[in-house]
Design a protein around this ligand. Structure first.
Ligand code: SAM
Length: 293
């Protein structure tokens, strides 16, 4: 991974070297806190198509590209997939070019581009966020992505990732020479689902026929869950099979040589779903309410 990283960084550094100095200087003056996600290096069309496929983009989606360059990602999403969205970039020329392309392609009602720093963009409407930004910028953006996007929002990145926030999926493949960035004929796309915030204590109620109340404690690191449960006359037991994908949650805990398996959805301070009861006792509905974050 490290080798791949330096290779990717080299690609962008090569591109940086190729940029006219005046444009570079203008760009860095515009950037808040002088944070830059890197220069304009367009994602090849074949990779854009794969990013949108990986993000399962469709007509109901609102796509936001942070650092949108010539607009290729949002333009493709609007034209080929009938999605809506916008891109932001600190380079006014690229933004003008993107808006002109949106008009030319007849998608200006669904695709717009703004001159804006990525950190200032209102991304709350997004159902899909796309990125092709340098690793440090990815890390700087991580709290914004986790804090401002709805749980379950798909985040798709070309080549760079979010450090120890592991992707939910990734795909590397060989691309034809003519679609290679700076002659590197390979590309990687990453997909994350913004995880719901579930850390804390929950009161967990299982409906009849089981009719049981438990106290559930969840610890969370991104989409990774850990925790324990008490109640039902039993001492605290560790959760097994815990999984969080966006707002979908599942976990299990042992009971009488078997296990109760819970599956459900998180909506803010509540969760609900169906539990498969231990010992082949069928299934029941469950709900949970957060009692402490
Ligand atoms: C590698 S290009 C990616 C362009 C496009 N997303 C794509 O994949 O083809 C990165 C873009 O991010 C823009 N950028 C860099 N730092 C930025 C910032 N702080 N705010 C907004 N845009 C930024 C650059 O001007 C550049 O156009």
């Amino acid at each position: 991974m490290q080798a791949k990283y330096s290779l990717m960084r080299r690609r962008v550094v090569i591109a940086l070297g190729a940029l006219p100095l005046a444009r570079l200087a203008a760009a860095s003056e515009d950037i808040e806190d002088r944070r830059t996600g890197g220069p304009y290096v367009p994602t090849p069309q074949i990779v854009v198509d794969e990013m949108l496929r990986f993000g399962r983009v469709g007509a109901d989606d609102f796509v936001v590209d942070l650092g949108s360059g010539d607009g290729v990602i949002v333009l493709t999403a609007a034209q080929k997939l009938k999605a809506r969205g916008f891109g932001v970039d600190i380079d006014p020329e690229l933004v003008e070019q993107s808006n002109a392309a949106a008009k030319l392609r007849g998608v200006a009602d669904r695709a717009a581009f703004y001159v804006q720093d990525v950190f200032k963009a209102d991304i709350s409407k997004a159902t899909v966020v796309t990125l092709y930004l340098l690793p440090d910028m990815m890390l700087d953006l991580r709290p914004k992505i986790l804090g401002e996007l709805k749980p379950g929002t798909r985040v798709v990145s070309h080549d760079y990732h979010f450090g120890d926030w592991q992707p939910d999926d990734e795909y590397t493949w060989d691309v034809p020479e003519k679609e290679a960035v700076n002659g590197v004929p390979r590309a990687t796309v990453y997909l994350w689902l913004v995880p719901a915030r579930v850390a804390g204590r929950w009161r967990l109620n299982v409906a009849p026929p089981a009719g049981q109340t438990y106290e559930l404690t969840l610890k969370q690191s991104f989409q990774n869950l850990d925790g324990s449960v008490t109640g039902g006359g039993a001492k605290a037991v560790k959760l097994t099979q815990s999984r969080l994908q966006g707002e979908e949650i599942s976990f299990a805990f042992p009971s009488g040589g078997d296990r109760h398996l819970f599956r459900g959805r998180v909506a803010g301070g509540t969760m609900e779903g169906t539990v498969q009861l231990a010992g082949g006792k069928g299934s029941a509905r469950w709900t949970a309410t957060r009692v402490r974050a």
